[in-house]
Design a binder for this molecule. Structure first.
Ligand code: GLC
Length: 641
């Protein structure tokens, strides 16, 4: 079993390292390296591994394994010892369902990911840690003992893990206008990830949403570059002041580069048809901010710019991101992103060469990873991909692994398991939920619900549903309604904050309401979705079920407070006059009591719109400064008198 304390763990790991390193030296010296028969096939003139006499004697520690040496020296030393196969493996990221531990060892795989919802069974933090450790041990069993990085989309908490704290999605965090809060959320997320070993987060999304029809609107902090730029504090929270600085530092990823939020019609993975000046003005600043904060990786967008796929865009990836912005981390493709370059299913040698030559350093190739390694090796041997590009990619990847401290502390730190879904993090999340609420209407000051209200009726599909209030990327990729993970629903929050003296009744469809109630709260909005599944090309209004629920409440002639649980503004202008109050709750996550804190005035609403609120769907795209007349402008938000 693994040690529990970090210190004891380090000692165990260090002892194991020495044994491993010594063992490896012995085997290498005897030429019976743990690698595959292909070791001698290196095409980069590096036939196998050379050792100094001290190393051969097993007395000297291999330089790259010596944490006292500068990272650059360790990278140089390790690179000298790597064959082409070693280097190709480092650039390959399979999905966990499609690779066995022994294959990680054999193919020297540098990284593995969990796609949205891809979890061990049972889906518990402990089981995640067991899974991670098993895969990491397989990587460490490779000839050069290079640890792997494990990547997930922990985009609003460690959201693939049942029991983790689920924070508001980015659109709600944008409404808080609080970069410091976002940094705290990043740090809490990193701690919960560290408990499970997972050391790479495909977050934050720093996209600038320009059309609310886009299914990823809620992954954006806002429609102007200044908001996502300010919220790159998420990177500091995840990585720490410096990558690897603290015990819970994980690698952050700025995504999706570049212009994913600016596509025609808000079409996910579509085409951003805008001049370069506009691309630079609107979409580039958050990446500049992320690079300045030392973000360790950048993920390329599926989308295109003026008809050219970002995954083959050498100018934007190499010249702008790596050159002009000075990004020294590594660039990772999106999931099967290379396949989409030519618009045909699957990937070809030509697509592989285009993507790597464009500046992509690691390829997220979930299933066909063996084919990817083969194709890339062939393209290198054919001279279509220069060895210098392979070396640059490896240098970037290995630098982050050394900086992360993975060579010294590669295993899950189970001392943080108690932080997963822990009270402190839930308190933080509840605070974030309250700060993210935007009060859009409050006629006759019906809010806050105060002492006068001793009978309240709650209705709506979103009122008592953790899945709905969390949205996509929660336990599963798309998210789903229902009791999917521990938390507090908005209804439970109302009951808690109202207190025992207030009678709170719930009728999901509004039936049972009458005029004896002091107020009615309708929690309505959208079902969970992610990515293109959330693209809405037609209407952007509430569906009939929600509208009928609200109408039932209105018929009872009591004040009606509408709470919208949605990933974007909805088209409600035609209905608004019949509602007494309106609160944009966005996708609050597991701590629904934060909504009640605002409804009952425990916390005054301070949230401000991170996106312009349309007067009708026909206005999309509608953004600050474009001259259109919205229902509520960017930055709008009421508070209590
Ligand atoms: C998805 C998303 C990306 C995510 C990746 C891995 O398709 O576009 O945001 O990080 O695949 O799950």
């Amino acid at each position: 079993m693994y040690s529990t304390s970090a210190k004891a763990k380090r000692r165990t790991v260090r002892v194991r390292h020495r044994v491993l390193a010594f063992g490896m030296l012995a085997t290498l010296a005897l030429g019976t390296g743990g690698g595959s028969a292909r070791d001698g096939e290196s095409a980069d003139g590096n036939a196998g591994i050379t050792l100094t006499s001290a190393e051969r004697a097993g007395t000297g520690q291999l330089p790259y394994l010596d944490p006292s040496l500068p990272v650059g020296e360790r990278v140089d030393d390790l690179m000298k010892r790597m064959s082409l196969d070693d280097k190709l493996g480092q650039m390959t990221q399979p999905e966990r369902r499609y690779i066995k531990p022994a294959e990680i060892t054999e193919h020297r795989i540098g990284s593995v990911l969990s796609s949205g919802g891809s979890a061990p069974k049972p889906n518990t933090a402990e089981n995640w840690a067991d899974m991670y450790d098993e895969l990491q041990k397989a990587a460490l069993a490779g000839p050069l003992r290079v640890p792997l990085m494990y990547g997930v989309d922990a985009v609003h908490g460690h959201n693939n893990v049942v029991g983790a704290t689920i924070f508001p999605h980015n659109i709600g965090l944008g409404a808080t206008r609080d970069p410091g809060l976002v940094r705290e959320i990043g740090a809490a997320t990193a701690a919960e990830m560290t408990a499970t070993g997972v050391d790479w987060n495909f977050a934050p999304c720093v996209c600038v949403v320009r059309n609310d029809r886009w299914g990823r609107t809620y992954e954006s902090f806002g429609e102007v570059p200044g908001l996502p730029s300010a919220m790159t504090t998420m990177i500091d929270g995840l990585q720490g002041a410096k990558l690897g600085a603290g015990p819970t530092s994980v690698l952050a990823t700025a995504k999706h580069y570049l212009g994913d939020g600016g596509t025609q019609g808000g079409d996910d993975r579509g085409d951003a048809r805008i001049p370069e000046a506009r691309l630079r003005e609107i979409h580039l600043p958050p990446f500049r901010a992320a690079v300045r904060r030392g973000v360790g990786s950048v993920m390329v967008s599926y989308s295109s710019w003026n008809g050219v796929k970002l995954h083959e865009h050498r100018y934007l990836i190499t010249e702008v991101l790596k050159g002009e912005l000075g990004f020294t981390g590594f660039v990772v493709s999106d999931y099967n992103g290379v396949d989409q370059i030519d618009g045909e299913p699957g990937f070809t040698r030509a697509e592989v060469a285009k993507a790597i030559n464009a500046g992509i350093d690691m390829v997220m190739v979930p299933e066909e990873w063996k084919k990817f390694i083969r194709y890339l090796g062939e393209e290198v041997r054919a001279g279509n991909v220069p060895m210098s590009r392979i070396d640059d990619a490896n240098r970037r990847i290995l630098t982050k692994k050394f900086e992360l401290g993975l060579f010294e502390d590669p295993m899950a730190d189970r001392s943080y398991l108690k932080s997963v879904g822990g009270a402190d993090h839930r308190v933080l999340a509840r605070r974030a939920v309250a700060k993210s609420q935007v009060l859009l209407k409050n006629s006759k000051n019906v809010l806050p619900l105060g002492a006068a209200a001793d009978k309240i009726f709650v209705a709506g599909r979103g009122a008592d549903d953790i899945g709905r209030q969390s949205g996509g990327w929660t336990v599963t990729w798309q998210g789903e309604p229902g009791d999917i993970t521990p938390g507090t629903t908005i209804l439970e929050g109302v009951r808690e904050v109202a207190g025992p003296s207030v009678k709170v009744d719930y009728g999901r469809d509004g039936k049972g309401i009458d005029d004896s109630y002091d107020a009615a709260i309708a929690v309505v909005g959208e079902d969970p979705y992610a990515e293109y599944h959330g693209d809405r090309t037609g209407g952007l209004g509430l569906d009939d079920v929600d509208l009928r629920t609200i109408e039932r409440l209105q018929a009872a002639d009591v004040p009606v407070i509408v709470v919208l649980v949605s990933g974007r503004p909805l088209d409600v202008a035609q209905r608004l006059s019949g509602w007494d109050a309106l609160v944009a709750s966005w996708l609050p996550g597991t701590e629904g009591a934060g909504v009640a804190d605002v409804l009952f005035g425990k916390v005054a609403p301070t949230g401000r719109l991170p996106v312009t609120w349309m007067s009708d769907a026909g206005q999309q795209p509608i953004n600050r400064g474009d001259g259109e007349k919205p229902l509520f402008p960017f930055g709008y938000g009421l508070t209590y008198n």
